[in-house]
Design a binder for this molecule. Structure first.
Ligand SMILES: *[C@@H]1O[C@H](CO)[C@@H](O)[C@H](O)[C@H]1NC(C)=O
Ligand SMILES: *[C@@H]1O[C@H](CO)[C@@H](O)[C@H](O)[C@H]1NC(C)=O
Ligand SMILES: *[C@@H]1O[C@H](CO)[C@@H](O)[C@H](O)[C@H]1NC(C)=O
Ligand SMILES: *[C@@H]1O[C@H](CO)[C@@H](O)[C@H](O)[C@H]1NC(C)=O
Ligand SMILES: *[C@@H]1O[C@H](CO)[C@@H](O)[C@H](O)[C@H]1NC(C)=O
Ligand SMILES: *[C@@H]1O[C@H](CO)[C@@H](O)[C@H](O)[C@H]1NC(C)=O
Ligand SMILES: *[C@@H]1O[C@H](CO)[C@@H](O)[C@H](O)[C@H]1NC(C)=O
Length: 489
């Protein structure tokens, strides 16, 4: 059954520009109507006329005068204001682009309605309302993604809330409930879901790739994961453990090296495991003994060791030397770390004999130590692992024994200190790329009071901690670069 359109024109006495339009089905039933810019007025009565296109023109009697045209005008004005604001944040996100297009569409429709190009039916009204709800939803998402600190978005949000309230107020004047709109509501709900999916898909949670330094530094540390008690006993409170920390090494070995309980200092025996499961189950361990006699030259000192490209690097016992042990054949080479203090001169605040602390990150192999000339402050040297030489050295103004430990990530030294017996924080950083140092506060919890070793692994963004005999890991979160720009713009 075809429906035909009939356009009504109302010529108001004393208000010639007022218009009214509606739809009429060919069985004569009035479906719905709205009018714009009407004013309380006299009623008119007239017969209609039909033009050559078959469109019927006639005047009608106004139903009542309660329509809130003043409120509607307010809405239009708010809408226009709204249209200006999003331009400022247009570049931010795809979400805003979608939102803006919808808003433009909406504005165009309101203008068409105003000019009488469209019939202002109830359906249009419901669409308007739903689209405002949709915009509200989008702006809420945008707010969430901006962490609620952006002034423009706050203003937009307030204005959209305002419009929403206005539309609901206008709706309360609507006395004719039309069931056909339910279908449209369902369709719009579907569109909103699609839109959300689209928005969600276009905003994957920002992550930083392993091995990449395209980020703004550490912003958070996870809760500790206790992997295991060290394989000896809970009395072996001091020691070190970790996983091959050379960037890009796949299937890197784990090592666990509890220090001797007799002197709380010497590393003589350590174990390696080829997988995490083996480590967790104390299974298939390879044990290495550095000295079986009374000469301790090959032994280690303190808990500063790391495994890098299948070599164990550590402070050789009772010297300022760094030892490099080939884990395949246990052959050892060594170099002297010029000027470095040793034998517990400048260790860390909660552990002894860690004057020389090895580290690895995305940029390579490092050693963290101090010298007498540096009066106990952190000194950082970059090592060439292949030639086993010192490449470059940086000096800081942070007193090393004040820290509980330190590690490198993307060429930045991060130092930790205890807040209390249960918590720790990263409180200091030194960037070797810029020579800048600064303080920061990234707190994290610990299982036991004393941190005896702490190292970073660029392949899994984890920290490995030897915490009073327990092997613990943490996940680091880095500030994604895009988000950093986004937040500071
Ligand atoms: C309008 O016209 C109809 C039919 O001619 C008539 O019944 C009605 O009374 C008129 N109303 C007014 C307000 O003149
Ligand atoms: C805006 O309107 C155009 C044409 O009317 C349409 O193609 C487009 O999909 C609309 N955009 C949105 C976001 O509704
Ligand atoms: C959000 O803001 C709060 C307080 O301003 C801050 O603590 C938090 O780290 C921020 N979160 C993100 C993901 O930026
Ligand atoms: C919201 O509307 C009220 C009046 O209804 C107005 O005073 C206020 O400024 C509006 N707020 C915004 C953000 O548009
Ligand atoms: C989109 O993400 C928001 C918040 O993360 C969530 O509430 C919503 O359900 C998601 N929508 C879809 C369609 O996945
Ligand atoms: C930071 O890490 C803690 C756990 O240590 C977690 O509870 C918190 O939600 C994280 N914060 C952010 C912004 O990711
Ligand atoms: C480590 O030892 C193995 C076995 O002797 C040898 O094949 C390998 O070349 C050594 N690695 C280096 C870098 O010297």
């Amino acid at each position: 059954q075809r429906h035909m359109m009939i356009v009504f024109l109302i010529l108001m006495l004393g208000s010639a520009q007022s218009q009214f339009s509606g739809e009429v089905s060919n069985d004569g039933m009035f479906v719905s109507y709205y009018y714009l810019h009407s004013s309380p007025s006299q009623e008119l009565n007239s017969t209609g006329s039909v033009d050559e296109d078959g469109v019927c023109y006639c005047t009608v009697i106004l139903p009542d005068t309660t329509f809130p045209y003043d409120r509607f005008e307010h809405l239009e004005i708010s809408n226009r204001n709204l249209n200006v604001q999003p331009l400022q944040i247009h570049s931010y996100e795809l979400m805003v682009t979608v939102y803006l297009e919808k808003l433009k569409n909406l504005t165009v429709r309101v203008e068409k309605l105003e000019n009488g190009e469209l019939s202002y039916t109830k359906l249009d009204f419901e669409l308007l309302k739903l689209e405002i709800i949709e915009m509200e939803s989008l702006i809420v998402q945008l707010k969430a993604s901006l962490n609620g600190t952006n002034v423009i978005v706050e203003t937009l949000y307030a204005e959209i809330r305002n419009i929403s309230i206005l539309v609901h107020q206008m709706e309360s004047y609507d006395k004719n409930n039309v069931l056909i709109i339910r279908r449209e509501i369902l369709a719009l709900q579907k569109r909103l879901e699609d839109c959300q999916t689209h928005v969600n898909a276009s905003r994957p949670p920002p992550t930083v790739d392993y091995g990449s330094c395209d980020h703004g530094g550490i912003i958070n540390i996870s809760k500790p994961l206790v992997v295991q008690l060290n394989y000896l006993s809970s009395s072996n409170t001091r020691g070190v453990w970790g996983k091959d920390a050379a960037k890009g090494v796949s299937n890197g070995h784990y090592f666990v090296a509890p220090l001797l309980t007799s002197d709380l200092r010497m590393m003589n025996v350590f174990r390696t495991y080829s997988s995490y499961d083996d480590l967790a189950l104390y299974r298939q361990a390879a044990s290495v003994t550095l000295s079986s006699g009374t000469t301790y030259t090959n032994c280690g000192q303190g808990g500063g060791a790391i495994v890098y490209k299948h070599f164990l690097y550590y402070n050789c016992y009772n010297t300022r030397n760094i030892c490099k042990l080939n884990l395949t054949d246990n052959a050892i080479t060594r170099i002297a770390l010029t000027d470095s203090v040793f034998n517990n001169r400048f260790s860390y605040s909660h552990t002894t004999f860690q004057d020389i602390d090895m580290a690895s990150d995305e940029d390579g192999l490092w050693v963290i130590y101090s010298t007498e000339q540096d009066i106990g402050n952190f000194v950082i040297s970059k090592l060439n692992d292949a030639s086993f030489t010192v490449q470059q050295t940086w000096r800081t103004s942070q007193y090393k024994p004040a820290a509980t430990n330190a590690f490198m990530a993307c060429g930045v030294l991060y130092a930790t200190r205890a807040l209390d017996t249960k918590s720790e924080e990263i409180y200091y950083m030194y960037d070797t790329k810029t020579g800048k140092e600064s303080s920061l506060s990234i707190p994290f919890t610990k299982m036991r009071e004393n941190v005896h070793s702490l190292s970073y692994n660029p392949n899994d963004h984890k920290l490995y901690m030897y915490n009073d005999g327990f092997l613990v890991t943490y996940d680091l979160t880095f500030q994604p670069v895009a988000a950093e720009k986004f937040l500071t713009e």
